[in-house]
Design a protein around this ligand. Structure first.
Ligand code: ZN
Length: 239
C-alpha cells in the first residue's frame, strides 16, 4: 500500500473521510508514478509544490514502489502569471470581469468546452483558472490553477494571492477583455447620460467593442473590489 500524505492546506481536496488524518492510502501498483499517485489521491498536480519520499524531494515521474509514503506540499505562492495572462472556465464569468476591471488579461467565454479550453490555454500561453479538478488533471493542460472559494470576492482574493499580478485598473474592458484607449469627449458624447456629459471630462474606450469607461463611475467599484479581495486574502489563505 502507498500512502499519500498532504499538507493541511491541501486536505480539503481529499475525500471527506481522509481529511482529518490528511493521508489517503492507495492500492500498491509498481508502475504508478508519483504524479499518478498524487492525482489518484484527489490533488491536481497544478496545486502541488514539492513531493517528498522519506524527506527527499522526488520527481513526478518517479516510481516510488509498493510501500511508499509520499508527503505532498502545496504550490509555492506567488507564482508568475504566464505571458498570455489568464483563461477562465465557463462558470467563472464574474471573476473574469473583476480581473479585467483590475487591468488583467482574462479571456472567458460562456460556451467553451473542456478540450477547447485546454487548447486555448496552450496556444495563447494562458493559465487556466477553474474549479473543475478533472479539467486540471488533463495531461495536455500546460498551466492551470484551482480557484478556491464559492463567492467571487473569495475567488478574486485567491487569484491575487496565488499570482500577485501587477494591477492596472481601468486599462481593460470588463465586458470583452479588449484594451482601453483614451477617447476624446466629443467622440463619446452620444453614448453618455446627460449627468455624465456635464461632469466628466476624461474617457477611455474599448478598442474592440467601443464601450466607454470613465473614472467617476468605475473607480468606486474598483476600489471596492480591491478592498474586498485584500480584506479576505488573509482569512482565505491556508484554509
Ligand atoms: Zn470591450
Amino acid at each position: 500500500m502507498v500512502v499519500v500524505r498532504v499538507d493541511p492546506d491541501l486536505r480539503w481536496l481529499l475525500p471527506p473521510r481522509y481529511r482529518a488524518a490528511g493521508a489517503r492510502p492507495l492500492p500498491a501498483d509498481a508502475d504508478a508514478t508519483v504524479g499518478h499517485l498524487v492525482q489518484a489521491a484527489g490533488v491536481p498536480l497544478t496545486e502541488v509544490g514539492a513531493v517528498r519520499l522519506g524527506g527527499a524531494p522526488v520527481g513526478r515521474a518517479t516510481r516510488p514502489g509498493l510501500r511508499a509514503v509520499l508527503d505532498v506540499e502545496p504550490v509555492v505562492r506567488p507564482r508568475p502569471v504566464p505571458p498570455g495572462g489568464f483563461l477562465l472556465d465557463v462558470g467563472l464569468g464574474t471573476l473574469a470581469r473583476r480581473l479585467r476591471l483590475l487591468g488583467l488579461d482574462a479571456a472567458w467565454s460562456n460556451d467553451a468546452d473542456d478540450p477547447s479550453l485546454v487548447e486555448q490555454a496552450a496556444a495563447e500561453h494562458r493559465v487556466l483558472l477553474t474549479q473543475d479538478r478533472g479539467l486540471l488533471m488533463r495531461r495536455a493542460l500546460s498551466h492551470g490553477a484551482l480557484v478556491r472559494g464559492s463567492r467571487p470576492d473569495d475567488q478574486l482574493a485567491d487569484v491575487l494571492d496565488r499570482f500577485a499580478p501587477a494591477l492596472a485598473p481601468l486599462t481593460r474592458c470588463a465586458a470583452c477583455n479588449g484594451p482601453l484607449e483614451p477617447a476624446p469627449k466629443a467622440e463619446v458624447l452620444a453614448q453618455l447620460e446627460p449627468g455624465t456629459r456635464r461632469t466628466v471630462e476624461d474617457f477611455s474606450r474599448c478598442t474592440q467593442c467601443r464601450r466607454v469607461y470613465w473614472r467617476g463611475a468605475h473607480a468606486t467599484r474598483i476600489d471596492a473590489v480591491v478592498r474586498a479581495a485584500t480584506a479576505r486574502a488573509h482569512g482565505l489563505i491556508g484554509g
